[in-house]
Write a protein that binds this ligand. Structure first.
Ligand SMILES: NC(=O)c1ccc[n+]([C@@H]2O[C@H](COP(=O)([O-])OP(=O)(O)OC[C@H]3O[C@@H](n4cnc5c(N)ncnc54)[C@H](O)[C@@H]3O)[C@@H](O)[C@H]2O)c1
Ligand SMILES: O=C(O)[C@H](O)COP(=O)(O)O
Length: 396
């Protein structure tokens, strides 16, 4: 038995080499078992019935039709935090670049043709006076893996930092310095910050999170940084706010034609996660997560199914994806009991409208496990069933 993985985008070899040849092939069939990708857009793609998992080597999953995947029992994974440091460093670099005319002045020096360079620079440096970050106010919207790091390090640079995140996870909250002021009113952050940095995922609720109304609340000297997703910001509204001098600048990692060639807008080519370290971290984590799921059925770091991890010691395991409705465990157990098999271990967790149940069975053959899986598939409210052979069991 082998799993075929369809790989899109530039995934680091450090991750791909974790797929050992005896169990995995890469891009060998039209019906892959799993997809591995970065920013490739999958919304228009029809998935093969064989495809049971999609792993995003990165944070944002807005390029994946997650709701459709959930309905089809396709588990979508991402790599939380694996590229956060890379994004944080790029945000900090852009804060510094925006406070002082570093690029402009360096470009100017290169244009000097006279021999008395020293004299010219000393005379002209007054045109390149900047400001300092120390004492300035930074507002961070979204205090997840990236936002928390940006907030902490900006504080260490001497900035006054406030953060807004009504849904912050307990784990992340622990990592945020108590010096970072938590605000519950977005307007307070918008109206008092010198710099505003966005670190929220793109969802229906966050589309155009920053538009005319929000821009009008910002200070005329405020600079908006967007290293999260282009669609979080209404670009037309930004162009208008800059023309009306309602804000001072916009720095974005998401290129769009209308933003190019504007002296107050810096556009980068989606570089946030493009460091050697982040690419390796993301590739390794995404491959590890995928292998764990394909080989054991254990789910960890999924964005659409619950975390379910159970040590796998039996010969076979059934993995049942089902709707989160009453009496599913009863119905599943009845089928297994009627077939006279003994359940060795069972774990069930739900997440929203769906649930996932792992059932471990010993003393069954592959044909018997497959037959049971087929029977379970016929139950109402069941979305998908896998039967998984324990590849670590040598006695089978
Ligand atoms: N530029 C890049 O290359 C790059 C790299 C990595 C991530 N990203 C983007 O950055 C986003 C954040 O990444 P992360 O790793 O920090 O994710 P994360 O899931 O750790 O953090 C996101 C945070 O946003 C918060 N949030 C959600 N909705 C909110 C709202 N309406 N207002 C305020 N906070 C809200 C969540 O509670 C969470 O704490 C990703 O979804 C992705 O789109 C971009
Ligand atoms: O969400 C992410 O992780 C980033 O946008 C990185 O995207 P990339 O992997 O295509 O560089």
């Amino acid at each position: 038995m082998t799993f075929d993985i369809k790989v899109f985008n530039n995934i680091s070899e450090e991750g791909l080499k974790q797929f050992d040849d005896s169990l995995y092939t890469i891009n060998q069939t039209q019906n892959p078992d799993a997809l591995l990708l970065r920013s490739k857009k999958l919304h228009d793609m029809t998935f093969s019935e064989h495809t049971i998992a999609i792993s995003r080597a990165g944070a944002g999953t807005n390029n994946i039709p997650v709701d459709r995947c959930t309905k089809d029992g396709i588990v979508v994974f991402n790599t939380p935090g694996a590229n956060a440091n890379a994004v944080k460093e790029l945000v900090l670099a852009n804060l510094l670049l925006s406070a002082r005319p570093i690029l402009k002045s360096a470009q100017w020096v290169q244009t000097i043709t006279d021999d008395n360079v020293e004299e010219i620079v000393e005379a002209e440096k007054k045109s390149f006076v900047g400001t300092e970050l120390e004492g300035k106010k930074l507002g961070v919207i979204g205090l997840g893996a990236i936002g928390a790091m940006v907030a902490n390090d900006a504080y260490r640079l001497g900035m006054e930092v406030m953060g807004y995140d009504p849904y912050v996870s307990v784990d992340t909250a622990w990592n945020i310095s108590r010096r970072v002021k938590r605000v519950t009113d977005l307007d307070e952050l918008l109206s008092t910050s010198d710099y505003i940095s966005l670190h929220v995922p793109l969802m229906e609720k966050t589309h155009h999170l920053i538009s005319t109304e929000e821009l009008k609340k910002m200070a005329p000297e405020a600079v908006l940084l967007n290293f999260s997703r282009g669609e979080l910001v209404d670009n037309n509204a930004v162009l208008q706010a800059l023309a009306d001098e309602e804000i001072a600048g916009y720095i974005t990692d998401f290129a769009e034609k209308s933003l190019l060639g504007h002296e107050k807008i810096t556009v980068l080519p989606h570089l946030g996660a493009s460091t050697e370290e982040a690419e390796i971290n993301c590739a390794r984590m995404s491959v590890r997560t995928l292998k764990n799921y394909l080989e054991t059925g254990n789910i960890k770091r999924s964005v659409n199914f619950p975390t379910v991890e159970m040590s796998f010691n039996t010969e076979f395991r059934l993995a049942v994806f089902h709707e989160n409705v009453p009496n599913m465990i009863g119905a599943i157990s009845n089928i297994i009991a009627d077939a006279k098999y003994n359940i060795d271990n069972l774990s069930n967790r739900s997440r929203g409208d769906v649930a996932y149940t792992l059932i471990d069975l010993d003393h069954v053959t592959e044909d018997q496990a497959q037959e049971l899986a087929e029977e379970l598939k016929s139950l109402s409210h069941v979305i998908r069933v896998r039967h998984i052979k324990n590849l670590q069991r040598k006695d089978y």
